[in-house]
Design a protein around this ligand. Structure first.
Ligand code: FE
Length: 151
C-alpha cells in the first residue's frame, strides 16, 4: 500500500492507499480547515468521519415548513463525539456536508448540522474518497441541496 504525507493550511494528513487520516491544528476552524484539505487534495466525493474537542460551535437547524435556517452558536468546551458527513460538488465547488454530535461538561449531547466549530484540543478525521464526482443542486421546493445523478 502506498503511504504519503501531506501538509496544508492548518492541516496535515497521511494517505494510506486511497484513504486519508487528517489532523487539524489547534484553535482553527473545522469546516474551513477540511474545505482547504478537500480542495488541496481534489476530493470530489466521499465520506468523512471525525472526533475531537471544540470551544465553540455553530449549528444550523432547517425548518421545512418555513424553509428557513436557524443558526445557534454554543460557546463552551465540548467533546466532538462524532462528525459524519460527505463531500459533493455544488456550482463547481467542493461542498462538505457535516453533522456533529457534541458532548457537554454535564455529559449531555448537542447535535445538528455543523456550520463551523473552533478546535480546542484536537480534531482527527478519516476521509474515504470515491473516484467519481457527485453534483448537488438546490431544490427550491424543499429548500435544501439534493444529489442530481444526471449531472
Ligand atoms: Fe445537514
Amino acid at each position: 500500500m502506498e503511504i504519503q504525507n501531506y501538509k496544508g493550511k492548518n492541516w496535515s494528513a497521511r494517505k494510506a492507499g486511497s484513504i486519508y487520516i487528517v489532523s487539524l491544528s489547534n484553535h482553527c476552524n473545522i469546516v474551513e480547515g477540511l474545505t482547504d484539505f478537500v480542495q488541496d487534495q481534489n476530493i470530489q466525493a466521499g465520506e468523512v468521519t471525525g472526533i475531537g474537542a471544540v470551544s465553540e460551535a455553530t449549528l444550523r437547524f432547517f425548518n421545512p415548513s418555513t424553509k428557513k435556517y436557524v443558526d445557534k452558536t454554543f460557546k463552551e468546551q465540548m467533546e466532538v463525539t462524532n462528525i459524519s458527513g460527505n463531500v459533493s460538488e455544488i456550482e463547481g465547488k467542493a461542498l462538505l456536508h457535516l453533522h456533529i454530535t457534541l458532548g457537554r461538561e454535564d455529559y449531555t449531547a448537542l447535535a445538528g448540522h455543523l456550520l463551523e466549530a473552533r478546535i480546542q484540543g484536537a480534531a482527527e478525521f478519516v476521509f474515504y474518497p470515491l473516484s467519481t464526482r457527485v453534483v448537488k443542486i438546490k431544490n427550491n421546493e424543499i429548500g435544501i441541496n439534493l444529489y442530481d445523478f444526471e449531472q
